[in-house]
Design a protein around this ligand. Structure first.
Ligand code: SF4
Length: 297
């Protein structure tokens, strides 16, 4: 699939982003995240493990339901289950290394509804736990440079994505929570997932012939990496031109992709980009590119 960067469109979008007055999230919602006063090792373990299994949840049907009387969907459901398991001490390197199918059921199922690849997520957590143990724990594993974090985590299967979606997502959480004071802000970047790809194609900052997206031809792993790297570059330039740092931008885009520029029936009337959006000007609303079976994002 041919994707190119449209710098003129990037400047237009950056101008609109600058006017949004975006604020950084600090990830303090107690339903999803542990208390900031907890030991640093525990918090690092939690975020590193939850991000390790934070990839698409609804590949073969929605992952959603009531958890302790409250309805959660998708990634929110996953993090809510994780947060409950955290209170029982599940997020320790040694526990993760030996994670049992029963533990995995608590983490990846709402009643009888299990996330589509629960067994893969179980293996990813065991792999992470073993490598964290070998490193001497999560505090020893996590460096204070994003560039090093991306490189170091690549030997962990959950984090091997060449586009580093999960490593950058982890960096975003750790920076936002103040758990790590990263020294290399110039290496901050957006974690590219389905939402960021779809929005980039629709806005036109990553320019692509929409017929290819509507046809839904599955991309190979290499093609997926190539196009997500281009999407990443497009958003990096939006960040640079708007002056909004990549992590703040990602907080906005993730929520925007779930609520406004949704895959089906985008709510364009409520969209701050409606006057400059390529998809809206064409009256065509393509999905993201097809690359279905992956744990990278
Ligand atoms: S105008 Fe519509 S298609 Fe374009 S970015 Fe906004 S919500 Fe998405």
């Amino acid at each position: 699939m041919d994707v190119s960067i449209d710098v003129d469109k990037i400047r237009e979008v950056a101008e609109a982003v600058r006017g949004l007055g975006l604020k950084r999230d600090r990830y303090l919602d107690d339903r999803f995240y542990p208390p900031p006063s907890d030991p640093r090792e525990d918090q690092l373990a939690y975020f590193t493990a939850m991000v390790a299994v934070d990839h698409r949840t609804s590949t073969f049907g929605p992952f959603e339901g009531y958890i302790n009387g409250e309805f959660f969907h998708g990634a929110d459901a996953l993090w809510r289950l994780g947060r409950l398991a955290y209170d029982d001490g599940l997020f320790k390197a040694e526990r993760l290394a030996e994670l049992s199918p029963e533990d995995a059921k608590r983490l990846f199922a709402i009643g009888n509804v299990s996330v589509w690849d629960a067994n893969i997520r179980l293996l990813l957590l065991r792999d992470l736990g073993r490598k964290a143990l070998k490193a001497g724990g999560f505090e020893a594993l996590i460096p204070n440079r994003v560039s090093k974090l991306v490189e170091r985590l690549r030997s962990i299967r959950a984090y091997e994505d060449p586009v580093a979606k999960k490593a950058l997502l982890l960096a975003k959480f750790l920076d936002g929570r103040g758990l790590v004071k990263f020294e290399d802000h110039e290496n901050f970047d957006v974690p590219v997932d389905n939402h960021l790809s779809r929005i980039a194609y629709r806005l036109g900052i990553a320019d692509v012939d929409y017929r290819q997206l509507f046809e839904g031809v599955e991309l190979s792993r290499e093609e997926d990496v190539d196009v997500r790297n281009k999407v990443k570059l497009a958003w990096r330039l939006v960040s640079k031109f708007s002056g909004v740092d990549p992590f703040t931008l990602d907080d906005f885009l993730w929520s925007f992709g779930r609520r406004i520029c949704t895959r089906d029936k985008p709510r364009c009337e409520e969209c701050p980009f409606k006057a400059i959006c390529k998809a809206r000007s064409l009256g065509q609303y393509p999905p993201e590119h097809a690359h279905v079976l992956t744990w990278y994002y």
